[in-house]
Design a protein around this ligand. Structure first.
Ligand code: HEC
Length: 133
């Protein structure tokens, strides 16, 4: 008579993917941009348009889960307040200045609009001016 062998099923526990599991591109370098004397760049005439066009597809406080396409929490650029809390990071991922040009963000996919170099320079200058409204 065969003994019934009880096999203990070992349950493989799948670790829940933590939100910081995604591939994290190393930040670029601070651009060293300074605020040009007499700069007229504001959120209204520059920042909002730039962020809406190039960043809010993913970095949007109103989006959750997959709709963020991997964009980390607390990096939300749909409001000036959200942007200002991490504007130094934006400089290191998307800005251009005398010390560095950073083109990590937005991630290019062939169809997504990508800022021009002039726009990257303006972004870093606007940040250096304190991202005025
Ligand atoms: C298509 C979606 C998408 C767009 C558009 C996009 N990002 Fe991102 N962003 C991501 C993802 C995904 C990550 C996380 C992976 C990484 O850090 O490389 C990220 C990470 C970042 C980080 C690093 C956050 C941290 O944890 O330090 C910054 C800063 C950032 N993005 C800025 C921007 C800026 C500025 C723009 C617009 C110029 C932009 N992103 C556009 C998807 C996007």
């Amino acid at each position: 008579m065969m003994k019934k062998l009880m096999s203990v099923a070992s349950v493989a526990l799948l670790a829940l993917a933590a939100c910081d599991d995604h591939e994290h591109a190393a930040a670029g370098a601070p651009t060293g941009a300074t605020c040009p004397q007499g700069s007229t760049l504001t959120y209204t005439n520059f920042g909002k348009g730039f962020l809406d066009k190039y960043c809010v597809e993913c970095h949007d406080a109103n989006k959750t889960g997959a709709a963020r396409k991997g964009a980390p929490e607390f990096h939300d650029f749909d409001t000036l307040t959200g942007f200002k809390s991490v504007s130094d990071h934006a400089d290191e991922y998307s800005g251009s200045g005398p010390s560095a040009t950073n083109e990590l963000m937005p991630e290019a996919n062939g169809t997504r609009p990508i800022p021009t170099m002039a726009e990257r320079v303006q972004l870093s200058q606007w940040i250096a001016c304190g991202s005025p409204n």
